[in-house]
Write a protein that binds this ligand. Structure first.
Ligand code: NAP
Length: 233
């Protein structure tokens, strides 16, 4: 796909990875709709700010009327409450699923017909290494990201005949507000944005952002003993 000819809508483009994705796309000549809950928080010269709360069907519908020439959708918006599945606040657990699973689905249901009408294109879902593996914390986020991976796999097959390629980006930790409280080694979001857009341009279905994603993907073949050796000690 020639990205310079694409019209891209990104959710959560006002900060973090979403902002870096928008900057990378603008630098490659794409037209960019920068979706944000507060469009006044978008600081991206050349992009078109669009009010977008992916958990609000009215907001999603209004965005389709503005970005009616879209050919690429990037589902980037995300939350990380840190909620445990067993003891966390149920509202937080619902928020994770309402954002990562149902919000993403709502965006795909709204924009896939538009992309199809515009001649086809791509959808990129920002997933995580936690779509594949649990690190024993972040239970609600991990389960919601795993659900978003399942959604990505289903939609890949369902949208291929409509000339829409659905890709997933898996990445470990990035240096954004979401991970501000963590000391773990983190990738620069601008580097991950480049890898993500390279992946779309190369028509990849699965994009691995960093070494930890590559290692965990390889570990999947080893099953539970490879992924969770602590269970066998
Ligand atoms: N950071 C990491 O280590 C990491 C690792 C793997 C995957 N990811 C994924 O990467 C994506 C971007 O995360 P980030 O690290 O850039 O996080 P971030 O800096 O916390 O940014 C999150 C973005 O999502 C937006 N957002 C949240 N809920 C939304 C909603 N209902 N509707 C529209 N926008 C919403 C936020 O908007 P507001 O400004 O309005 O809050 C913000 O723009 C997420 O899907 C995340 O799960 C992150």
């Amino acid at each position: 796909m020639d990205i310079s000819k694409q019209v891209v809508i990104i959710s959560g483009a006002n900060r973090g990875l979403g902002k870096q994705l928008a900057l990378e796309l603008l630098s490659r000549g794409a037209k960019v709709y920068a979706g944000a809950r507060k469009p006044e928080s978008v600081d991206l010269p050349g992009a078109i700010p669009v009010q977008l709360d992916i958990t609000d069907p009215h907001s999603v519908m209004a965005a389709t009327e503005i970005a009616s020439d879209a050919t690429v959708l990037i589902n980037n918006a995300g939350t990380a409450t840190g909620a445990s599945l067993l003891t966390g606040n149920l509202d937080d657990i619902h928020l994770e699923f309402n954002t990562h699973l149902f919000g993403t689905l709502s965006m795909v249901r709204a924009f896939a017909p538009i992309i199809e009408k515009n001649g086809g294109g791509s959808i990129l879902n920002i997933l995580s290494v936690l779509s594949w593996v649990s690190i024993g914390q972040e239970g609600a986020y991990t389960a919601a990201k795993a659900a978003a991976w399942g959604l990505t796999n289903v939609l890949r097959l369902e949208l291929a005949p409509k000339n829409i390629k659905v890709a997933g980006l898996h990445v470990g930790f990035m240096d954004t507000d979401m991970m501000a409280g963590s000391d773990a080694p983190k990738s620069a979001p601008e580097d991950i944005a480049k890898i993500a857009i390279d992946g779309i341009e190369a028509d990849h279905y699965e994009i691995l952002g960093d070494e930890i994603s590559q290692q965990v993907q390889q570990g999947l073949a080893g099953g539970i003993p490879a992924l969770y050796p602590q269970l066998f000690q």
